[in-house]
Design a protein around this ligand. Structure first.
Ligand SMILES: C[S@@+](CC[C@H](N)C(=O)[O-])C[C@H]1O[C@@H](n2cnc3c(N)ncnc32)[C@H](O)[C@@H]1O
Length: 222
């Protein structure tokens, strides 16, 4: 819960980011990401948004996909590139320093899957809508959107606990990084409204964490 705020602090120290994330997720993030990308197949083209140090995208490359990771944090990308080299995945991977706002430069219907782990919670509402619109455009027909992220709790008691923890953490994060994060609100609704068909959703209510698989329906003229 609200671990996404602590992640923001870790991002200011990319070398320590992976170790910090292991602690924050009690070592479970690997398993979550393995499950999330289990539909990705050899030879597919995959874009990872907010790839960070490559936790998700390198798993897709290990499955034989041709992957591109984009991120606005150059230092995180450096760590991802180093890992790709160490693991012999340079041929399968490409990394670009760019943000969600540049998704309009990606070619239409060019990806089999778009993935994103723990990045949507760092985007504004406008950025989320913009990103979803372009993800739909750049995915091939029946392409997959695979997202894992922290979401807002629905239950009133959990909402209160969420905010009690979040406010002090938010202040600490802002002092340390001059930025902050917010758990995503109504993510499945936003995805459906964009025209995706949600095929699988897994919700961890202890951590207010969601894994989601949606398919791009290109059934009407866009
Ligand atoms: C919590 S990290 C997650 C990194 C990685 N996906 C993972 O699961 O470990 C969030 C990442 O999103 C990136 N990010 C934040 N806003 C972004 C934006 N507007 N466009 C692209 N990347 C962004 C951050 O730089 C950071 O590397």
């Amino acid at each position: 819960m609200s671990s996404v705020i602590l992640m923001k602090v870790l991002e200011s120290s990319p070398k320590r980011y992976d170790r910090g994330m292991k602690i924050l997720f009690f070592g479970n993030l690997d398993q979550i990401y393995d499950r999330l990308i289990s539909d990705i197949q050899k030879g597919q083209k995959v874009l990872d948004i907010g790839c960070g140090t490559g936790a998700l995208i390198l798993k897709a490359a290990q499955r034989g996909a041709q992957v591109k990771g984009i991120d606005i944090n150059a230092q995180m990308l450096e760590v991802a590139k180093e890992k790709a080299e160490q693991w012999g995945l340079e041929q399968m991977t490409e990394f670009q320093e760019k943000g969600v706002s540049e998704l309009d430069k990606e070619e239409e219907a060019s990806y089999d899957a778009v993935t994103s782990g723990l990045c949507f919670s760092e985007l504004s509402e406008d950025e989320i809508r913009y990103a979803l619109r372009h993800i739909k455009r750049i995915l091939k027909k029946d392409g997959l959107l695979l997202i894992a992220d922290e979401v807002r709790p629905q239950n009133i008691l959990r909402k209160i606990i969420h905010w009690l923890i979040k406010i002090p953490l938010w202040i600490v994060t802002y002092i340390g990084t001059q930025t902050s994060t917010r758990a995503v609100r109504n993510l499945p609704d936003k995805i459906k409204q964009t025209g995706f068909l949600i095929e699988r959703m897994r919700f961890n209510s202890i951590r207010d964490f969601m894994e989601l698989k949606a398919r791009n329906r290109k059934d009407k003229a866009e």
